[in-house]
Design a protein around this ligand. Structure first.
Ligand code: PHB
Length: 386
């Protein structure tokens, strides 16, 4: 425990049912603030700060921020700096699966808890799981599997796939393909596009159009999602080759930049701002008041990372070991619906929503088509559950 700001904390600790003052802890915030995923990082940070503010706990944490640039080697350097030099009690963030994969052994070896606020690589809560890693965002398989089940129910059985050529792209496509095949679907072709380097998707769309597929299933996020959806719109193939994807593709974060090209595209995701629940209504209002825009799944992931941390601290956890123990035990119903951490893997268990982008009152929004409740991954070699 570090001894600054303790008296201010004593005043607010009662809010959390804890009798003792919450100790100040140091958070090492690892997000991309440059590169193709920069906007995602900003939104996660904004959500995290909202959780602290809502709880009146801004002073309970000292935040040291580092730019991961969504590049694995940069991530490793920044993790070392935060843990060894800044003495972070907990690491929070990570957008890219590649960066999470690269720092996994360091996190596990240095026994510092990590709350993953985006990066979905399956093995981090599978055969590479760690008692120090808890993921409040999603796993790549968790958000893509449901679309493999849904598409045949929408009459689509032949699909062409596209995704960036790195860990997340390959895992999203693999999980979708396996589930789709189980439900009678067939992937008739697909390509991986160079990650964060592809500006012209035209040649890929041309191949997809010629493939005989009935639909496209893709994973793109960040700047790539915006370029892809805009170019898909310009291609004028939405009737013959409708666009489906993990919902990062048409995330609320990119809808303004995608405009009408996003209309009719269908996504699968663990959060959309149009969810009609009291918890989400309150969250959307609070976020809008501060940022004058609707929150995306990234904002909710940041918010839940902050809220899980604060609730863990409210149990008295104030150092690496006690935080590692308390963090995965937190559960509540929040903006996305029920949230709990699977003790067997430390991945979040949550609903996945299938939704279509529609225009209502001159505004693009998400019309929910189906809800798959409490989606949970198999342990896939993780032995945390004993
Ligand atoms: C990932 O690399 O795991 C990743 C990045 C951006 C997303 C989703 C997943 O929107």
């Amino acid at each position: 425990m570090k001894n600054t700001t303790v008296s201010a904390l004593a005043l607010t600790a009662g809010l959390f049912g804890g009798s003792a003052a919450m100790a100040e802890i140091t958070v090492g915030m690892m997000l991309p603030t440059s590169g193709t995923y920069a906007a995602l990082g900003q939104e996660i940070d904004a959500g995290f700060m909202l959780a602290l503010e809502e709880a009146g706990q801004q002073d309970a944490v000292r935040i040291v921020r580092e730019d991961t640039e969504a590049r694995p080697q940069v991530g490793v350097q920044k993790a070392r700096k935060l843990v060894m030099q800044d003495e972070a009690d907990v690491l929070v963030g990570l957008v890219s699966s590649g960066v999470l994969g690269a720092i996994r052994d360091f996190v596990d070896g240095s026994q510092v808890p990590l709350i993953v606020a985006n990066a979905g690589n399956d093995e981090a809560t599978g055969d590479q799981c760690s008692r120090y890693i808890t993921r409040v965002s999603f796993s790549n398989a968790q958000v893509s599997r449901p679309m493999g089940e849904y598409l045949p129910t929408a009459g689509i059985t032949k699909v062409y796939t596209l995704a960036p050529d790195y860990a997340a792209g390959r895992q999203m496509i693999d999980a979708f393909t396996a589930e789709f095949a189980e439900h009678g679907g067939e992937v008739v072709g697909g390509e991986y596009t160079p990650f964060a380097q592809t500006e012209d998707f035209g040649p890929y769309l041309t191949n997809a159009r010629a493939s005989g597929a009935e639909a496209l299933f893709v994973f793109y996020a960040g700047g790539e999602a915006i370029s892809f959806v805009n170019q898909y719109g310009s291609f004028g193939i939405s009737d013959s080759l409708p666009l489906y994807g993990t919902g990062f593709l048409n995330s609320q974060l990119y809808l303004d930049a995608e405009g009408d090209s996003a209309i009719g595209t269908v996504g699968s995701l663990h959060y959309v701002p149009s969810l009609d629940t009291p918890e989400n209504e309150a969250f959307v209002a609070a976020y809008q008041e501060r940022h004058n825009k609707l929150p995306s799944e990234y904002a909710v992931q940041g918010y839940d990372a902050g809220r899980v941390l604060i609730e863990a601290m409210a149990t008295g956890a104030d150092d690496r070991e006690s935080l590692a123990e308390a963090i995965p035990q937190v559960s509540y119903t929040g903006p996305r619906g029920p949230l709990e951490i699977d003790p067997a893997t430390h991945n979040v268990i949550q609903n996945v929503y299938i939704y279509e982008i529609v225009k209502e009152d001159d505004r693009l929004t998400q019309n929910i088509l189906a809800t798959i409740e409490n989606v949970q991954d198999e342990p896939h070699g993780c032995t945390l559950g004993g």
